[in-house]
Design a protein. Structure first.
Length: 459
């Protein structure tokens, strides 16, 4: 990767307009390093530096840039330059860029592509968002069962330079239907007169173009391939999805899930490069929803206003009780969502999870309840702070904690199942959302327990 020593030199070349020297320096770098340089140069010079690059190298560099930086750079270039760069980009990376652009802008860019690349781009964009078809590339090697190894190698020499990867060759019949895949190593080591059919074993793994992109991640984890064939509903080979595309999918999906767990949305770019207003818009929706939910807590407290007035000591423990329920719920929902993401849990496991979390909630609640009871019962100033009935107050808080924690773990564990059953992303059941839900019910449980234990004594 590009070191810190070279950055001042590049900045000096830009300031002094030594563009010929700058071009030679950039051409010695890896596309990933060039992408790093482009992100660091001032916005006004970004397009100038980009124009110095050969179009193939420029296309490779832009593929390594964050989507937000890609959009900014594309907008700063002329129509002809955009066409040259996008025609050179791999189909999967170009699709990712186009779907991030506003629809009118993407439509204009499609029109300036070459006819061949336009057909490919339109084909990939026709697949549903976040499907495997949007992430595949149409650059792959298809061979026939009747070909000899010698003919196959000759074909590779002819088409290989334009391919992103050819570690695996895909065998198709006369209709284009996928029938097998063969590693390049097997072809290279085989006798030149051996036919492809003699090397086939019929064992291959494929995904369909309309599968959710997360399916490709799971299949990659299980198969260990560097690329997977993508077929349509009739089994026709339409593309491949490569390891780098799957890594991007995994990173994007995990980022989205983590942000949803924290009740936030994806910023669409690096934190420091996103505008303040854009970041506020991404966070305001969730915060408003959670705020409205928390207003129910105030409503619940108003319902128990009389109990609080008669026994002010109960108000001291409200934050303790409801936060414990929220924390237990947040723990449970995080564990379940992660288990679902790793395919360790399916919808049919909900009963097992419910039983397990009820028992876990009982044990965790008992632990916290015991700590609270001992804390209140043995506190040096217990009579002055909690009154002469401090033992009953301790019992109330301890018992309420058991109930609230049990309810929190139950809700936190079952809500992801409910959302998945309804067709939503389980990660939407974020930790703050579960905590808000448990806050309201926690108050009800707390004051119900208090009315049962303390009625006729201090209530």
């Amino acid at each position: 990767m590009l070191g810190k020593i070279l950055h001042p030199e590049i900045e000096q070349m830009i300031r002094q307009r030594r563009f010929a020297e700058l071009r030679n320096t950039l051409m010695e770098l890896h596309p990933l390093d060039i992408a790093d340089v482009l992100q660091q140069v001032p916005p006004k010079e970004k397009a100038i530096v980009f124009r110095l690059l050969p179009k193939s190298l420029a296309a490779d560099a832009i593929e390594h840039m964050p989507s937000l930086e890609q959009r900014r750079l594309i907008r700063s270039l002329g129509q002809k330059e955009v066409a040259e760069v996008l025609n050179e980009m791999t189909p999967d990376d170009r699709t990712a860029l186009l779907e991030d652009l506003p629809e009118p802008v993407a439509a204009k860019i499609l029109k300036i592509l070459s006819p061949a690349e336009y057909c490919i781009a339109a084909q990939l964009l026709a697949y549903p968002p976040e499907s495997v078809g949007r992430r595949m590339t149409t650059h792959f090697v298809a061979i026939k069962p009747t070909w000899t190894v010698s003919r196959t190698l000759q074909h590779l020499r002819h088409v290989g330079k334009a391919l992103e990867t050819m570690d695996t060759l895909y065998v198709t019949d006369d209709t284009g239907k996928l029938v097998d895949d063969i590693h390049l190593r097997e072809i290279v080591l085989a006798d030149p007169h051996t036919t492809v059919a003699q090397l086939m074993n019929g064992h291959y793994v494929a995904v369909t173009a309309r599968d959710d992109q997360e399916t490709a991640v799971r299949v990659f984890q299980q198969s260990g391939h560097t690329a997977l064939p993508v077929v349509d509903e009739h089994g026709i080979l339409v593309g491949i999805i490569t390891a780098d595309a799957v890594l991007k999918i995994a990173q994007t999906e995990s980022t989205e899930d983590i942000l949803k767990l924290g009740a936030a949305e994806s910023l669409g770019g690096p934190y420091l490069q996103v505008s303040l207003m854009h970041m506020v818009k991404r966070r305001a929706g969730w915060l408003c929803a959670l705020f409205l939910g928390e207003m129910l807590t105030a409503t619940a407290m108003g319902f128990y206003e009389g109990e609080i007035a008669r026994a002010v000591v109960l108000a001291l423990f409200i934050p303790l009780v409801i936060s414990s329920g929220g924390n237990s719920g947040s723990q449970a929902t995080t564990l379940i969502i992660r288990a679902m993401a790793l395919n360790h849990l399916t919808l049919k496991d909900w009963i097992k999870v419910m039983r397990r979390e009820l028992l876990a909630g009982l044990m965790l609640g008992s632990i916290l309840g015991s700590i609270a009871f001992v804390r209140i019962a043995l506190w040096p100033s217990r009579v002055r702070l909690y009154g002469e009935h401090y033992l009953l107050v301790a019992l109330t808080v301890g018992t309420a904690l058991v109930g609230v924690v049990m309810f929190g773990t139950l809700m936190g564990s079952l809500l992801p199942f409910l959302l998945r059953k309804l067709g939503f992303d389980p990660a939407v059941s974020s930790a703050p959302f579960v905590a808000t839900l448990v806050d309201v019910t926690g108050l009800i449980i707390y004051f119900t327990v208090a009315s049962l234990i303390l009625r006729g004594i201090i209530l």
